[in-house]
Ligand binder design. Structure first.
Ligand SMILES: NC(=O)c1ccc[n+]([C@@H]2O[C@H](COP(=O)([O-])OP(=O)(O)OC[C@H]3O[C@@H](n4cnc5c(N)ncnc54)[C@H](OP(=O)(O)O)[C@@H]3O)[C@@H](O)[C@H]2O)c1
Length: 329
C-alpha cells in the first residue's frame, strides 16, 4: 500500500500519529545513551517554504567524484525506540520528511540499540526508496565477528548491501578494514570508512588516515568543538577523504543552550532562520566537510536541518563570526 502512496500523502497520514505521541517518554531512546541530556521539546521555527530538493547543496566524495547532499540524518538515541509502534511511526515520519527535502544519507550502527530495526521499519513503510544512501558501522571486537554482525545489520535495515560501512570508534580496525576493503573490491560495498567522536583518539585516526585507503572518516565538529580544524580536516583534504560530521549540535546541548537567544542579524545574509541552521551552515561550508548528520525526533527539525543546505554559505570571515556569536550567546 505504501508503495502506491506519494511521500507527501504518507507524511500527512503519519503526522496525526506524531501529534498524538509528541510527548511520549524518551526512556527507550535514552537506554543506550551515556551522558545525554533530555531533548528540548520547544517547537522550532521552520522556514515557511516548500521543500526544494533540487537546490540542496551537494558535496563531492573525493575517492569517486560522486556527490551527496550536505545534510544527512543520524539515528543514535533518537531512533532507539524499541517496538513501540507509535514511536516507530514518528521515526518513519522523520525519515519521510528527510527524503522529501532531498536528504539521502542515513547513519546508524549496531551500537544504537533498536535504531537499525527502526530504520528498516521506516524504509519498508516508505516502499524501500532507492535514493537512500545507507551508512552503517561495524562495532565488534575481533575480525571474525565482523561479517556476522554486518549480515545482521543488513537484515535489520532490509537492504541487500550498504553504501558505506565504517569501523565504529576504531574498534578492532586492524581486523575490520581489510574485510571492508575486500567487500568493496567484490562489489558488495561502495565505500569504506572509520569513525570517532568527541575528539577522542585523533592522533590514532590521523595515523590510520595516512596509511589506509579510506573513502570516508566520521568525526565531531561544530562551532563549540573545533579541534578537527587542527589536524583531521586538513589531513582529510590532503588525502582526498570525504568527511561526515557527527554531533553537529553537541548531542543537542548546543541547540538547547541557544534556544530562546536571539539569532544574529547577519544570519539573514546567508538565509539562516535559526541557530540550528547557522550551526549547520558553519559546519558544511568548511571546505573539507562532505556532510553533517544531525539526529532528530521531529519532522519540523529535520526539514529545518536539510534546508540549512540551501542558499548562500558563509565564507571564512562569516564562519568566524558564527563561532564568535555561538560562544558569546
Ligand atoms: N562515533 C560515532 O560513530 C558517532 C558518535 C556520535 C554520533 N554519531 C552519529 O552522529 C549523529 C548525530 O549526533 P548526535 O545524535 O550525538 O547529536 P546531534 O545531532 O548533535 O544532536 C541531536 C539533538 O539535537 C536536537 N536537534 C536536532 N535538530 C534540531 C533543530 N533543528 N533545532 C533544535 N534542536 C535540534 C535533537 O532534538 P530533537 O529530537 O528535539 O530535534 C537531538 O536531541 C548520531 O545520531 C549518530 O548517527 C556517531
Amino acid at each position: 500500500m505504501f508503495r502506491e502512496m506519494t511521500r507527501r500523502a504518507f507524511l500527512a497520514r503519519l503526522a496525526g500519529g506524531v501529534a498524538l505521541t509528541a510527548f511520549a517518554p524518551y526512556a527507550m531512546r535514552m537506554a543506550f545513551a551515556q551522558n545525554a541530556t533530555t531533548p528540548d521539546l520547544a517547537p522550532a521555527t521552520v522556514p515557511a517554504v516548500q521543500p526544494d530538493p533540487e537546490n540542496v547543496l551537494r558535496k563531492t566524495i573525493p575517492s569517486t567524484g560522486g556527490n551527496i547532499p550536505a545534510i544527512g540524518l543520524g539515528s543514535w538515541i533518537t531512533f532507539n525506540v524499541g517496538n513501540d509502534t507509535a514511536l516507530r511511526d514518528e521515526c518513519a515520519a522523520v525519515m519521510a520528511a528527510f527524503l522529501d527535502e532531498g536528504g539521502i544519507m542515513i547513519d546508524s550502527s549496531p551500537m544504537y540499540g533498536s535504531a537499525q530495526d527502526v530504520i528498516g521499519y521506516g524504509l519498508a513503510r516508505l516502499g524501500l526508496p532507492k535514493s537512500v544512501f545507507s551508512a552503517d558501522k561495524v562495532w565488534i571486537s575481533g575480525g571474525d565477528n565482523g561479517p556476522g554482525q554486518i549480515s545482521d545489520s543488513l537484515k535489520k535495515w532490509g537492504v541487500a548491501q550498504f553504501d558505506l560501512l565504517q569501523v565504529h570508534n576504531l574498534l578492532s580496525w586492524q581486523d575490520h578494514l581489510p574485510i571492508l576493503q575486500r567487500m568493496k573490491a567484490d562489489g558488495q560495498l561502495r565505500y569504506v570508512g572509520i569513525t570517532t567522536s568527541h575528539g577522542r583518539r585523533s592522533d590514532d585516526l590521523a595515523d590510520i588516515m595516512r596509511r589506509e585507503p579510506l573513502d570516508f572518516i566520521q568525526i565531531t565538529y561544530n562551532p563549540q568543538d573545533r579541534m578537527a580544524e587542527q589536524q583531521l580536516l586538513p589531513l582529510a583534504q590532503d588525502r582526498g577523504i570525504a568527511v561526515i560530521i557527527n554531533r553537529p549540535f553537541q548531542g543537542g546541548r548546543l541547540t538547547e543552550y541557544l534556544a530562546g537567544k536571539p539569532v544574529p542579524d547577519f544570519a539573514a545574509d546567508i538565509g539562516a532562520q535559526s541557530w540550528a541552521q547557522l550551526i549547520l551552515k558553519f559546519i558544511i561550508s568548511h571546505p573539507a566537510v562532505t556532510c553533517a548528520i544531525p539526529a532528530t525526533t521531529r519532522v519540523n527539525h529535520v526539514r529545518e536541518n536539510v534546508r540549512a543546505a540551501h542558499g548562500p554559505m558563509p565564507d571564512a570571515a562569516l564562519r568566524a563570526r558564527i563561532a564568535k556569536a555561538v560562544a558569546e550567546a
